[in-house]
Design a binder for this molecule. Structure first.
Ligand SMILES: [Mn+2]
Length: 403
């Protein structure tokens, strides 16, 4: 059976205020074409389908149009699990309707695990298909209840144990059902240790210490399809625990690496994997130099991609002069590119040495701002505890997706 693993579509994402609709539409065309060519029988989408809990109507339409086209292929089922950006209930609302189209949606893990334990049958005779633990992003409140007086490190430990326990329970429940000894797979949306973060990802599950490592996933799973990190990668050197990565670069920090889809085949009980590079639909580029150098670089650009290039300009001059800005914008207009962001080059000094005027608040991560504030705090509560509480608040905020 051939399975395609993807995640972190972030439909409806706005990139510096620009809607990504066109790129997403082109990606979904490419995905459908791949599903067809590779004769994929199961599509796994491992969370963050939408960019936020209340996506635009246009993003929803793109999603449902895609699902309709997927089901018209006739040979491909889908399993969709929620990520931290998705609203579990929003995703699950059409659950029963979509089931009629062989599309299984899991927004949150139910107590009886019934929705999450799936047998996926293959149309090929003699192929035992697979058993799947369709695990969505496990919200803090699903994993543990707050206990009065609990210290931060205790809470963190309990969250981590909660995740490990959930996977262990699901693995043993699957094993009990798996009489044919078919391959067993799992999904997940979390940060696993041994993987690297980019600008547009956030620590979830209370910082990195709360995340689990490759060795803490049950060995019963032949492949674990993860979402949340945007760069395709394996976890802690383990070939069968992988992030597919996002199909589109979601920030300028993600443009250095190719985006891909992961294909897993389970023929004769052996797991084989292959990666398919997703074409770039839009040139995203960071250019660095003085205003004059930047102008020359823009004029020399030759983008082959279908959509208008988007640029981030990093000015090495000491200040942003109004004339330079005007000149660069005019140049961009003539060359048919769009400048989404212009900033002064960051100094390499650590945050404590930067004056407040050097960087705008938008450029700072919330953790950095808090750290900065902490350095001026001399009360009796330890910095570690305060940082922990702050991280937990941030976490809750991201979970609720009120952003
Ligand atoms: Mn995520």
């Amino acid at each position: 059976m051939k399975i395609l693993h993807t995640s972190d579509w972030h439909l409806g994402q706005r990139f510096y205020d620009q809607e990504r609709h066109q790129e997403h539409a082109l990606f979904l065309d490419f995905l459908l074409q791949t599903l067809k060519q590779e004769k994929i029988e199961l599509l796994l989408i491992c969370g963050d389908i939408f960019d936020n809990a209340n996506p635009s109507r246009q993003a929803e339409r793109l999603y449902y149009d895609f699902l309709l086209r997927l089901s018209s292929l006739g040979h491909c089922q889908a399993v969709i699990v929620a990520g931290n950006h998705d609203s579990a209930s929003h995703l699950e609302a059409p659950q029963r309707l979509l089931k009629a189209f062989n599309i299984h949606v899991v927004g949150a893990l139910s107590d009886d695990h019934d929705d999450a334990l799936l047998q996926i049958k293959s149309k090929t005779p003699q192929d035992p298909g697979i058993w799947l633990a369709a695990v969505p992003y496990l919200r803090d409140r699903d994993l543990r209840r707050a206990v009065a007086g609990e210290r931060f490190d205790e809470m963190e430990q309990r969250t981590k144990q909660g995740i490990i326990q959930s996977y262990a329970t699901l693995a043993s429940e699957l094993q009990q059902r798996n009489h044919d000894n078919a391959p067993m797979l799992a999904t997940g949306h979390l940060t696993a240790i041994g993987s690297s973060l980019s600008d547009s990802e956030r620590h979830i599950h209370i910082g990195t210490l709360g995340s689990i490592s490759a060795a803490q996933f049950p060995t019963a799973f032949d492949y674990i399809a993860l979402g949340h990190l945007h760069r395709p990668q394996k976890v802690g050197g383990c070939e069968t625990i992988r992030y597919s990565g996002s199909p589109l670069p979601l920030s300028f920090s993600e443009i250095k690496h190719d985006k891909s889809l992961r294909i897993i085949s389970t023929e004769q009980g052996k797991i084989e994997q292959q990666s398919i590079t997703i074409p770039r639909f839009r040139c995203l580029l960071t250019l660095k130099g003085s205003a004059t150098e930047l102008q020359q670089q823009i004029e020399a650009l030759t983008a082959k991609e279908q959509l208008t290039p988007w640029l981030e300009l990093v000015l090495t001059d000491s200040e942003l002069a109004a004339n330079d800005l005007k000149m660069l914008h005019e140049c961009a207009k003539t060359c048919q590119v769009e400048i989404l962001k212009i900033g002064l080059a960051r100094q390499d000094a650590p945050i404590t040495h930067l004056k407040e005027s050097d960087r705008s608040i938008e450029e700072l991560q919330p953790e950095e701002v808090f750290q900065h504030r902490l350095e001026h705090y001399q009360g009796r509560i330890s910095h570690e505890t305060l940082r922990g509480c702050f991280q937990q608040l941030l976490n809750r905020l991201h979970e609720e997706e009120t952003l």
